[in-house]
Design a protein around this ligand. Structure first.
Ligand code: GTP
Ligand code: MG
Length: 226
């Protein structure tokens, strides 16, 4: 059910990627090995959360004959953009700095059927004893000026490894089908559009975001009545 957009990487691949990336980072082999271990832990955390979400969805279906989740997407931030982010934030290139500063290494996008489902998924997930909510930004309640809507959470969960337990953050974006459609298209358009025409499109895109939201409210109302 989960669409994975990137898969595990090993230390050798990572070293090759970084050496061809043009990023001039003096990362030692030892540090890189440590990084690969950490990266894999984050990937496990992503799988744990995906399983939790699938189980919640299945239980909800059994209880209420409704699936809140349309589908899940998982993505791991690739090491190159992770190291790029450390550079941008003027942080040292060390593995130890990562857990307290970068929260989106492991990411899950939850696409829900209806607007209410966004908050159902959040409530059920955060209620679990081993899930700790670290950050929350509600761009559904307060859309971004661009028109972007989504509920962003960072949660922390324990991952059990051969060496013991580690607490790992996972970034979760929860949005409806309509919000996801808007965000995907807007994202693609943004790369294709030159600066001059961008402003012209921006107004339209805000309008489309509102229209999609209106349509989804209408669908929600029908669904509530059933
Ligand atoms: P960084 O994660 O460090 O960039 O900062 P942040 O955590 O403050 O970011 P924010 O809460 O704005 O969420 C960032 C993510 O949300 C991006 O990686 C996108 O996936 C998504 N996002 C935020 N704003 C927009 C937008 O206007 N359009 C689209 N398509 N996606 C957006
Ligand atoms: Mg982010």
């Amino acid at each position: 059910m989960i669409n994975q957009r990137a898969s595990t990487i090993n230390v050798n691949q990572m070293r090759d990627m970084l050496s061809t990336s043009g990023l001039n980072i003096g990362v030692e082999v030892e540090e890189l090995t440590k990084f690969a271990r950490m990266y894999q832990t984050y990937e496990s955390a992503q799988h744990e959360i995906a399983t939790k979400l699938e189980n919640l969805d299945a239980e909800f279906q059994m209880n209420y004959n409704h699936n809140p989740i349309h589908h899940l997407e998982g993505r791991m931030k690739d090491p190159q953009s992770l190291f790029g982010k450390l550079q941008r934030k003027n942080l040292p290139m060390t593995v130890d700095i990562i857990p307290d500063n970068i929260f989106d290494i492991a990411g899950i996008r939850v696409i829900t059927n209806y607007i209410d489902d966004i908050y159902t998924v959040e409530r059920l997930l955060v209620a679990q004893d081993d899930v700790t909510l670290l950050k929350r930004k509600d761009y559904v309640e307060n859309p971004k000026p661009s028109g972007y809507r989504s509920l962003h959470l960072v949660v922390e969960i324990p991952v059990f490894r051969s060496t013991g337990v580690e607490r790992v953050p996972v970034e979760i974006q929860i949005r409806t089908i309509g919000m996801d459609m808007w965000a995907s298209l807007e994202h693609k358009l943004r790369y294709k559009t030159d600066a001059e025409r961008a402003d012209e499109f921006a107004d339209n895109l805000i309008g489309y975001a509102n229209e999609l939201n209106q349509i989804e409210q209408n669908f929600q109302n029908i669904h509530r009545e059933l």
